[in-house]
Structure formats: structure tokens, C-alpha cells
Design a protein around this ligand. Structure first.
Ligand code: ATP
Ligand code: MG
Length: 670
């Protein structure tokens, strides 16, 4: 093999190689978390390009979250082959890809009709509901929106809605017929004005229709893109699958990879059967299974297998078990706290310790079930002085200062003298940075946390502008180099909700973390009612199974350190009624029950020497309550259990720690 080829095949196991080297045509990789699916598809793309089967810019790789798309892009960028003058591989979310396609082809498909992205779906659905005589509150609106989203991504039109919802026994916020009417009104409302409004699913639908009905567009598109790759294929919805088919046309140059145990969007229409039936539906499909987990320590793999055990048969039918390939590491930790403030403080303290031990902040993530959980952890990290970035970034472009900055940029780009004058990427980005001064990019130093937060966001935006300015000019969007090109690219990122990456501990929902990995993962709020979330419990076993898969996605993000915690009560002093998530049953050590773990006498501050004899000989472990003369083996063991990040034991159950107020007080001394 050539140098390039041996590089491409380097660090792949035989099954991964088989998938990379498969001839052009349909390829399906069905495999568990951390088995190298994403690595394999990036190498396959590199291989196809290297061998001259396809040009880099003829490859379209798609996935579902903007972070995952970003991850694909950065992994592709690190494979040198793809930058050798043949343009770059497009790696995007389905929505971002469709948005880009539509910007380019809109006029030829839909003429002079003006259009824009609908950015306030809430208002539109509220208005539609009102027209049907329903004054819906926030919660109901949210339910109506998710019902409409489900219908659209499942390709169920308003006329068919009521019947389908009945057949599937869907729980609807109001009568099915009324949901259908609101849905119909909403669809009409979007096309009633002078400017047509497109919601996220419309992007897919309008683009698919353009390809299906305008042969010229189909021809040009399929000439431009010849090879398609879909990561996380288990989460594809019928409307995305329709677009994918429209992209492909009669071709079958498609590689898909997925893990049915990571299906976490069925509530929104995801259909894992597309993955399970891929082989049956594509003649000559090459099918590969990967079972070696390269990401996580065997202890974490065991933990993940434990979470998935007892899941529903349909998903287990894929018959995959993960085998951990890495060297053993510390045991996963289960930790129970009295309340959420203590939990946040405990997690922040553990994070501070990891950072002190040399783990980079950017290699640490705190994951949670719902966005509202981030607040306390943000406060706790603030108080430790640890920088962080929040969420999948969906909210980034909604921040007031970012909106203001975008307006400034758009105005700047609209000035013909300025827009045309810049030549080098440095000049472009310097000008853009300067334009952000009035918005608040300069006033960060001693002003408070709020201003610093704002500064961080603006700095991230400026950094993104810099990155875009340095990219080669893209003929389709005009992005790159000129100021107006960079602003156009920024606007595209904004409408695709594709936020910039910044440094620091990542705080994200589990949904937004899919496909990503960190050295240390803290999964907080693992109590019954949060994961599985209460409305899933109410809905029934299938919805709970989706929560199980979500938990599995969460824990499989960790390479070395996994820390799963929950709080007995929401607020300090509140009623301690919460139970740990039932989804953890398999990994809960029965012998390590709550009471057993509180160290004997270890309940006070060690301000006055050894707890037992009072001597002021320093303890031989930081924060330990006894001197070495008084401590028993059991005391040491217990103490190590409490602080056992760096223990090196394989094949055991996770460490289960109950942090009572007393033990927390003891640890606080350390
Ligand atoms: P997920 O299901 O979570 O998306 P995945 O199957 O896509 O996971 P990757 O992210 O591609 O897995 O790989 C997991 C980790 O294992 C990455 O850090 C990757 O670089 C590494 N890895 C993959 N294959 C190998 C291999 N053959 N040898 C060593 N490391 C590997
Ligand atoms: Mg992956």
C-alpha cells in the first residue's frame, strides 16, 4: 500500500478494515458505543478519496447534532489526505445540509417566493391553537409542538394525523382531532404571508421535493455529491430518510453506521428499523459488526453493559455485547447526596481535583437529563473558579449579546467599502473583533461574572469568525476570506444553531453529548423521575426503555472516570424522598448499602488532631480523621472507598458512596 493508504489503515482492527476497504456501494456498520464507528467512517471517506473513487468535496457526511457534526469535521480535518487541494468533505447535520442545499437551489425550485426560517415556533403554534379556539399554556404548547414535530418527521400529514395517532395509541395533549386541526392551521399559517416560513422539518421536505420534482436540480445535485455517509443512523426519521433517498437517487453509494442501543429519538420519530433492515433492503450491502470497545475502561464497559441489560428484546436482538479493550482504570462511582446543592458542590469539588491531577478541563463533561439541571452546577463551578461551556450550544445564538453582534456584523458586511476592502483572513478577523468592542468584547477585566460570561460568548463568536475567515472560499455559500463571506457563513451557522466550541468543562444534556467522548464524565441527577423522567414512567415501558438507552449513551461517553450521582432531595432541608434510578439496578452493589459506608466516628472536622486519641500527628491520607496508630484497616478501606478515583481494580462493582451531611462535613476539612 502507498504511504497514504497505510496511514489510513493504521490503528484499525480487522472488522474496521473490512468496512473501510469495502467496495463502493452500500455499507452498514452495526456496533456498540465506542467501537470505532465514527473512526471507521472517517477512514472510509479518506480511503475512497485517497484511492480516487471520489473527490473530497463530493462526499456528504451527515449526523444529527451540531456537536457530532463538528466532531466529524475535526476528525476528518485531522486526516491529512482530505486537504490535498480537492476541497473539503462536507460534514453537517441533516438540517444544516438541507438549509445549505435550499439556499442554493431555492430559486430554481420555488421561484421568487421569499422565504425564511421560522424562528418562533412557539408563537406560530400558539396562534394556530388560538384559531381553533384553544388558549394553550406553555406546557401544552410544548406538547403540541412535539406532537407536530413527531408527525412531520414521521411524514404524517395533518389529514392522516388523527388516525395514525389513534392506531399508535399516542398520548395527545388535546383531542387528536383538535391536534390535527392545529397542525393543519400551523401549516397554512406558514405559507399564508408574503414570506414563506420554513420550520426545521420543512427544510428537509422542501429540499426533498425539489430533488424529486425538478430533474435539473437532481442532476446537478447528484453530480456535485456522489458519496453519502450517515453516522448515528439508528436515529434517522422518515423525513430524513426521504431526503437521503432524494439525495442518492438511483445511486447506492451509502455508508451507514449506528447502534440500536443508542436510539434516543423515537419520541421524535426516529426509526431504528432503517438500520436493522438496511441489509435486507440493499442488495450486496457489506455488513460489519464491531464489538471491541476502544473508548472506555473495562469497568465503564461493564457498567454500560449492566445498564443495557434488561432492556427490551427488539434492541437486544442486534445481539451485540461490548468487550472492553483498554487497560483497567478507576472504578465507576455512584454517589448519593442529601440535596442538589450538595451534589453540585461535590461534583465541582471532584472536578477541581481531577483538574489538579492534570486532567484538562476540556476533557471533563457534566451531563444531565434536562437543561434546567445546569444552573446549580454552573454556580458550583463558578465558585470553584472552573471555566465551563454550557449545552449543545443551541442557546448560543439566542443570547442577546450574540444577536446584537450578528446585527453589527450584518451591518458591517452591508457597507460595500468595508466588505470588499479586506483581503487577508487576519484583516477580516481584526475588523470583526474591533466591531465587537462596543458590544462588550473589551470590558471583561474585574467587572463581574455576568460581563465575563458575555465576554466569553463574544470571544467565542470572534474566534469562530477567525476560523471561518481562514477557510478556503466555498463556491456554494461564498464563505471564507471576505468579510461578507464570513458573515454569510456565520449566519448560516446561526440558523443551523451550530455554536462554536470553546474551552472548559462541558455541560450538556445527554442528548447533545451523543457521539462525543471525554476522559471524565459526571452524570448528575440519576434519580427515579429524572432518568427515567417522570413523563416517560407515566407513558409506560417503551418510553422507559428509551430512557435506559439515554442513560447508556450518557455513561458510554466516559473514557476513564465515570461518576453517577443523585440527590435525595431537591433543596437543602427538603424532604429526602428520591430514589436512585431503577435503571441502575444492575450496577448497584447490594452489599454496599447506605449505612455501611459512613466511616466510624468520621463525622466531625479534624481541627483538633486524631479523632480517637487527639494526637496532632498529620494523617497519612489527606482529610483522614485518624492518626496512623489509631486507624484500623477498615477505616482505611472505607476512606479509600470515599475517595477512590485512582484505584486500579478490574471487574468489581462500582463504588457506591452515600454522602450524608456528616461525611460531607468530614470531607470538607480536606
Ligand atoms: P459512539 O457509538 O459513541 O458514537 P463510536 O463507535 O463512533 O462511538 P469512535 O468515537 O469512533 O466510536 O471511537 C471511540 C474511541 O476509540 C475513539 O477515541 C477512537 O479514536 C478510538 N478507537 C476506535 N477504533 C480504534 C482502534 N482500532 N484502536 C484504537 N483506538 C480506537
Ligand atoms: Mg460515533
Amino acid at each position: 500500500p502507498t504511504g497514504g493508504l497505510s496511514n489510513i489503515l493504521d490503528g484499525l482492527d480487522p472488522q474496521q478494515r473490512e468496512a473501510v476497504l469495502a467496495p463502493r456501494g452500500p455499507v452498514c456498520i452495526l456496533a456498540g458505543a465506542g467501537t470505532g464507528k465514527t473512526r471507521t467512517i472517517t477512514r472510509r471517506i479518506a480511503y475512497l478519496v485517497e484511492q480516487g473513487h471520489v473527490r473530497a468535496d463530493q462526499v456528504l457526511a451527515v449526523t444529527f447534532t451540531s456537536r457530532a457534526a463538528g466532531e466529524l469535521r475535526s476528525r476528518l480535518a485531522s486526516l491529512g489526505t482530505l486537504q490535498a487541494g480537492t476541497g473539503t468533505v462536507q460534514a453537517r447535520t441533516f438540517h444544516a445540509a438541507a438549509l445549505r442545499n435550499l439556499r442554493f437551489f431555492w430559486q430554481r425550485a420555488y421561484g421568487d417566493t421569499q422565504w425564511e426560517l421560522l424562528d418562533n415556533k412557539f408563537r406560530a403554534v400558539a396562534q394556530s391553537a388560538r384559531r381553533t379556539g384553544l388558549d394553550a399554556g406553555t406546557d401544552m404548547l410544548r406538547d403540541l409542538i412535539s406532537e407536530i414535530d413527531w408527525a412531520k418527521s414521521s411524514l404524517v400529514p395533518p389529514d392522516a394525523y388523527a388516525e395514525r395517532a389513534r392506531a399508535l395509541e399516542r398520548d395527545t395533549p388535546v383531542r387528536r382531532e383538535q391536534v390535527a386541526e392545529i397542525y393543519r392551521t400551523y401549516e397554512e399559517l406558514k405559507v399564508a404571508g408574503e414570506v414563506r416560513l420554513l420550520d426545521f422539518d420543512d427544510l428537509l421536505g422542501y429540499m426533498a421535493t425539489a430533488l424529486e420534482e425538478v430533474p435539473d436540480i437532481a442532476r446537478e445535485f447528484r453530480d456535485r455529491y456522489r458519496c453519502f455517509v450517515v453516522d448515528e443512523f439508528q436515529d434517522i426519521t422518515p423525513s430524513q430518510e426521504r431526503l437521503l433517498r432524494a439525495w442518492l437517487g438511483p445511486r447506492n453509494d451509502l455508508t451507514v453506521v449506528g447502534d440500536v442501543n443508542q436510539t434516543i429519538y423515537t419520541f421524535a420519530g426516529a426509526e431504528p428499523n432503517y438500520l436493522l433492515r438496511f441489509g435486507a433492503q440493499h442488495d450486496n450491502a457489506v455488513q460489519v459488526k464491531l464489538e471491541s470497545d476502544y473508548r472506555s475502561t473495562p469497568q465503564i464497559v461493564d457498567f454500560a453493559n449492566g445498564v443495557i441489560k434488561g432492556g427490551s428484546k427488539r434492541f437486544q436482538a442486534a445481539g451485540l455485547t461490548l468487550r472492553g479493550m483498554r487497560a483497567p482504570g478507576p472504578l465507576p462511582q455512584l454517589a448519593e447526596y442529601p440535596d442538589e446543592d450538595q451534589e453540585a458542590a461535590g461534583v465541582a469539588a471532584e472536578i477541581a481535583e481531577l483538574i489538579a491531577c492534570g486532567v484538562a478541563a476540556s476533557e471533563i463533561a457534566v451531563l444531565y437529563r434536562v437543561n434546567s439541571q445546569s444552573e446549580r452546577i454552573e454556580a458550583a463551578l463558578d465558585s470553584q473558579g472552573i471555566s465551563y461551556l454550557v449545552k449543545g450550544g443551541e442557546g448560543f445564538f439566542d443570547r442577546p449579546e450574540i444577536k446584537q453582534a450578528m446585527t453589527v456584523f450584518v451591518r458591517l458586511a452591508g457597507n460595500p467599502d468595508v466588505a470588499a476592502a479586506d483581503t487577508t483572513p487576519q484583516e477580516v478577523s481584526a475588523r470583526m473583533r474591533a466591531a465587537l468592542h462596543p458590544v462588550g468584547l473589551t470590558d471583561a477585566e474585574p467587572s463581574g461574572e455576568k460581563a465575563r460570561d458575555k465576554w466569553r460568548a463574544l470571544d467565542a463568536l470572534a474566534g469562530l469568525a477567525e476560523e471561518l475567515a481562514a477557510q478556503p472560499v466555498d463556491p456554494e455559500s461564498g464563505a471564507g476570506r471576505t468579510l461578507s463571506g464570513v458573515v454569510a457563513a456565520l449566519r448560516e451557522r446561526a440558523s443551523a444553531r451550530h455554536a462554536p466550541q470553546t474551552d472548559g468543562v462541558t455541560l450538556a444534556t445527554i442528548h447533545a453529548a451523543k457521539g462525543l467522548e471525554w476522559d471524565a464524565v459526571f452524570l448528575i441527577g440519576a434519580h427515579e423521575g429524572n432518568i427515567p423522567i417522570s413523563h416517560a414512567i407515566k407513558k409506560g415501558p417503551e418510553a422507559v426503555e428509551e430512557e435506559r438507552r439515554l442513560l447508556y449513551v450518557g455513561v458510554t461517553r466516559a473514557r476513564e472516570h465515570l461518576y453517577v450521582s443523585w440527590a435525595k432531595a431537591r433543596n437543602p432541608g427538603g424532604r429526602a424522598t428520591r430514589q436512585p434510578s431503577g435503571l441502575l439496578d444492575e450496577v448497584m452493589p447490594d452489599e454496599l448499602r447506605a449505612e455501611a459506608l459512613i466511616p466510624r466516628g468520621n463525622s466531625g472536622k479534624r481541627t483538633d488532631g486524631c479523632k480517637n486519641c487527639g494526637s496532632d500527628v498529620p494523617p497519612d491520607r489527606k482529610g483522614f480523621s485518624y492518626c496512623s496508630d489509631c486507624a484500623t484497616d477498615a477505616d482505611y478501606e472505607m476512606f479509600d472507598r470515599l475517595r477512590s478515583w485512582r484505584r486500579d481494580v478490574a471487574g468489581e462493582k462500582p463504588v457506591y458512596t452515600v454522602f450524608s451531611n456528616d461525611t460531607l462535613a468530614a470531607i470538607a476539612v480536606a
